[in-house]
Design a protein around this ligand. Structure first.
Ligand code: C2E
Ligand code: MG
Ligand code: MG
Length: 716
């Protein structure tokens, strides 16, 4: 959740970034929108303005002075010609009254005061002049009136070329206006100039700064949009320029980045490919790749018409046991060893794959040397069993079941050929493992028939069409009837005259086990068997009922709780319930199995190992199990009288059982000879056709009531 959110936020931020970048990427129109250009231009504009205003401030004074100087000059030029000196009387007024009048009316002179060289006032006209020279120093004074309308100056003898000093009041009212005009004009010029400079600057910035930056940005944007295949343009900018150089560098980095991404991606793709198509333990192709290669080879073979392909699938027998008992390290080492041996023994043209945990698949074109798929399978088998595998100084003899199919004989669809090899492999396993089985079309039909049987079996369970038969068991020494084994029966309905027929549990139990249907069926069996046994108990027969329990029930159902409930529901004494398990239940999770067995035993029920002697050496575990009874497999009894090997196996089992403090029961006792043999060997209990076939419950009741307690009553 958190990462999703962060990723979303990142994406959003990135998108915003890109859209902002896009909005700035089409020069030159964008120049006027560029913030950086505006900032520079504004700074320049303000700088120019400040400098110009500084200059203006300085020149205003100058300007004013010039104007005042001009006023003073025009005053001088108006006054000077009117002064006529009178050499006899230097104190006589040198300006004629009429002239003075005209002077005041027609010039800018508003008032005049005439002084002698000794600064004695001689005469005055017009407005009084405030500036009065008293000493010679005063001759250099000038003064603007407070309102600024008049300018008072002193003209000295040298100004007038006459031996007089004149103080004049001159009109200066327009000076202020003119200064204002001057300032306004100057400011306008300054503004225009600043604007011009700014515009030129903006255009230059746009050309030399913004355009390359936008170009760079566009390239980066394109690279960000598709980093792997960046659509970047070649730079038209000089690489020697700072920005041109940056653009060139960015281009190099973008291309490097694209290369890196491609590299990383292809490495990741390689890795994914490896993970998806190869087995990491052995490095061999997996089933998916095997099928791909098989299809390619089949296609090629199809073109060549003459080529045939052998397709071999194999499954290691009881490999789980090795894993469970010796640990996965050993299991893994053996698998690696097998892979190496297989690969080394097969020609280059063969594909050797690990198609499952302990499964391998091989395909190769057949040739004149090896011209049948069976031949390939035999080779594979020899390679594996000829020599044991050595791991951590221990030797492991591997056995394997192999399924064989041939392309195109078994199917022109390579996938189907592989499936057919698998079907053959299953056959090999069903027939007791450690063998090669070639695919035959009949297998297919058998598979279909099994599916049909499974559907029918499910219906039978739902419709209450299953039943139990009971086969008595006896104490060999006393002849007492000690119990019965409950055996499942299914009268499978069909369209025949009889309306159906009994199907052997040997046929349907394995199917029910493979599909998991054995779990509900098994529960039904336990309940049914306990109800029957509880009825015997109520009728005064303190005898045991033995129920067959499959491995699947240990893993899928809550067997212990179920058993406990059934016992309390039926009121059967726990000691009168026995569960028969085969050694195969130890092939799964041994610890779980042992725990469950202990819990079951804890309920007070008895436990027996069925078909003992046929399973895969679990002797090492035997001591750990809370077992009460070993049940010698009937095959040993059947052959005991004519096969010394089987006789000695039967004997050994009896001895083994007794040495472990277990009871030993023999099943498949068909004749008196069998019984005698077993008695001689010290076997404790017997069960078999000699005494009774498995029979329905009512028949069993009469058998029970009719039995004399003497085994010799079965002699005929
Ligand atoms: P099993 O548990 O070893 O049962 C003994 C089988 O030997 C029975 O076959 C029985 O009819 C047969 N048998 C008994 N005495 C003789 C004899 O003297 N000679 C010969 N030739 N056969 C004898 P059945 O009833 O066909 O059962 C076959 C197998 O099906 C059983 O072998 C057991 O593994 C399985 N099975 C039967 N009922 C159940 C069940 O309720 N649950 C489970 N999981 N498996 C069951
Ligand atoms: Mg049994
Ligand atoms: Mg058996």
């Amino acid at each position: 959740m958190t990462t999703d959110w962060t990723d979303g936020a990142n994406e959003q931020a990135q998108e915003q970034h890109l859209s902002l970048a896009k909005s700035l990427t089409s020069p030159p129109a964008q120049i006027w929108r560029s913030r950086i250009s505006w900032r520079i231009a504004l700074t320049v504009f303000l700088t120019i303005l400040t400098v110009q205003i500084g200059i203006l401030t300085l020149t205003i004074q100058q300007q004013e002075n010039n104007m005042l100087f001009e006023i003073r000059e025009s005053g001088r030029m108006a006054i000077a010609p009117l002064i006529e000196s009178n050499m006899q009387d230097m104190l006589q007024n040198p300006i004629d009254g009429g002239e003075a009048e005209r002077l005041l009316n027609s010039t800018l002179v508003e008032g005049v005061a005439v002084y002698s060289s000794n600064l004695d006032l001689i005469s005055a006209f017009g407005d009084p002049v405030g500036l009065m020279p008293k000493t010679y120093d005063d001759l250099f004074l000038s003064n603007r009136t407070a309102d600024g309308n008049a300018y008072e100056v002193i003209y000295r003898r040298t100004d007038l070329d006459q031996p007089y000093v004149v103080a004049a009041r001159l009109s200066a009212g327009n000076v202020a206006d003119e200064i204002i005009n001057y300032v306004r004009d100057s400011v306008t010029i300054v503004l225009l100039m600043s604007l011009f400079v700014t515009t030129v600057l903006m255009i230059s910035l746009g050309r030399w700064l913004l355009e390359p930056i936008l170009f760079l940005r566009q390239n980066l944007l394109n690279a960000a949009e598709s980093p792997e295949e960046p659509q970047i343009k070649d730079s038209p900018f000089d690489e020697k320029d700072e920005i041109g150089g940056a653009i060139a560098l960015a281009q190099v980095l973008i291309n490097q980045n694209a290369e890196n991404i491609k590299h990383v991606k292809s490495a990741a793709e390689d890795k994914i490919h490896k993970l998806a198509f190869y087995d990491s333990l052995t490095g061999l192709p997996n089933r998916t790749l095997f099928l791909q290669k098989l299809s390619e080879m089949a296609k090629k073979a199809g073109h060549e018409k003459t080529t045939r392909l052998a397709v071999i699938t194999m499954d290691l027998d009881h490999f789980k046991d090795i894993n469970d008992s010796m640990g996965h390290n050993v299991g893994d080492a053996i698998l690696r060893g097998i892979s190496k041996r297989l690969r080394a023994s097969m020609p280059e043209s063969a594909v050797v794959a690990r198609s499952g945990e302990d499964e391998f698949a091989i395909t190769m074109p057949l040739n004149t040397d090896i011209n049948t798929a069976r031949h390939v399978a035999e080779k594979v088998r020899n390679v594996l069993i000829s020599e044991p595998f050595k791991v951590f100084n221990e030797q492991f003899q591997i056995r394997t079941s192999i399924g064989v199919a041939t392309y195109p004989e078994d199917s022109i669809d390579p996938g189907q050929v592989l499936k057919n090899a698998d079907i053959a492999l299953n056959r090999a396993k069903e027939e007791g493992r450690d063998r090669i089985k070639e695919y035959s079309e009949d297998f297919d039909k058998a598979v279909q028939a099994r599916f049909q049987m499974l559907r029918d079996l499910r219906d039978a369970l739902d419709n209450d069409e299953l039943l139990l038969h009971y086969q008595p068991q006896f104490d060999l020494k006393t002849g007492r009837l000690i119990g019965a084994e409950a055996l499942l029966r299914w009268f499978r309905k069909d369209n025949s005259k009889a309306g159906g027929q009994f199907v052997s549990p040997a046929e349907f139990v394995p199917i029910a086990e493979q599909s998991g249907l054995i779990v509900p069926i098994g529960s039904w069996v336990i309940r049914q068997a306990c109800e029957t046994a509880s009825a015997w108990q109520k009728a005064g027969h303190d005898i045991r009922i033995a129920v067959n329990v499959s491995g699947a029930q240990f893993y899928q159902g809550d067997l212990v709780e179920l058993t406990q409930n059934i016992l309390s529901d039926t009121g059967l004494k726990p000691k009168n319930l026995e569960m028969e398990v085969t050694e195969s239940i130890f092939m799964e999770d041994v610890h779980h199995t042992i725990d469950t067995l202990k819990e079951l035993h804890g309920l007070g029920i008895e436990l027996a190992i069925d078909d003992f002697g046929t399973g895969y050496s679990s002797l090492s575990y035997l001591r750990q199990f809370p077992i009460d009874r070993l049940k010698i497999d009937q095959s040993f009894i059947r052959n005991a009288l004519n096969d010394a090997n089987d006789a000695s196996i039967a004997k050994t089992i009896v001895n083994l059982g007794h040495s472990l403090n277990l009871k030993v029961i023999a099943e498949g006792v068909e004749t008196k000879d069998h019984e005698d043999f077993l008695r001689e060997e010290g076997c404790d209990e017997v069960q078999g056709f000699r005494y009774s076939r498995p029979i329905p419950s009512e028949e069993f009741d009469s058998f029970l009531n009719g039995y004399t307690g003497d085994l010799s009553s079965f002699d005929k």
